[in-house]
Design a protein around this ligand. Sequence first.
Ligand code: NDP
Length: 286
Amino acid sequence: MSKKLIAKPIIKEIYAQLKDELKKSIYLPNLAIILIGDDPAALFYAKNLEKKGAKIRMNVTTYKFADNIRQKDLLDEIELLNEDDSVNGIIVQKPLPVHLDESEIILKIDPNKDVDAFHPFNMGNLVLDGEGFIPSTSAAVIEILKFYDIEVSGKNVVILGRSHIVGKPLANLLLRKSKIGNATVTVCHSYTNNLPEITKRADILIAAIGKPLFVKSNMIKENAIIIDVGINQIQDAKNKSRYVGDVDFDDCLEKALLITPVPGGVGSVTTAMLLKNVVYALKRYR
Ligand code: NDP
């Protein structure tokens, strides 16, 4: 088996499943993306979702607003989407302009349409092992572990990063009494002392800190499994722009047992898991 935990076979399977489900469905799912301003990465992400959605018969509509939109006007737009029965999922793209209050915006989204799973209702259910949406990046990591049949139970899992989007939900999922759970989880952050000592104890190391090539081979143990959530744009020696993870893939490849590449790893599975959440919303809440 290759050392690389690549996304391709996983997403092939997920998209085939979703396509098949929607072929039989009377209703087709609708995802609404709210995009504020003209951040190129956010625009690219929205276009990518539109393209991927079209392939499985999901309608993905991007609602664009100027970056000086008032908080109240944005909340009113979300209310309209909340009330529209044909809309199954709503996501608000980041980054948001600084004058907007992100918490209030997240709270405004109907939890039954909150396919990003950032609403406290869904976050609470996640912590309490209840039903509901799971944030797509965390779901993607779980899906990779499941697909490649990686034993998690009883293992030392170290997560670098404690964000609401990745580190915290993932830690809770891996703590669950479930097949891809029952791990002993350590969560590290920028105040963690002696980081390499902790990462070197990890059977499974998950990096989600947003620091390009941060994890080096001297920070991991022999035969560790490395999951790299990071997506960072850098300029290489020839001044060409490229994407790298939070892990120095080339440096860690030999020492690791298994490792996800960037690109072609967690990020691609994340998109598929988000669309899966929209199909779940259609089935469960319509
Ligand atoms: P945040 O900036 O929200 O959080 C980063 C976390 O890393 C914080 O908890 C921070 O600690 C911690 N951190 C930063 N520097 C260090 C350090 N030197 N040592 C230990 N911990 C550190 O980032 P996100 O969670 O949103 O994203 C993380 C990465 O994942 C980024 O590269 C992002 O692009 C990528 N990403 C990828 C996705 C995918 O689909 N693959 C989806 C979402 C994000 P503290 O809390 O103390 O500040």
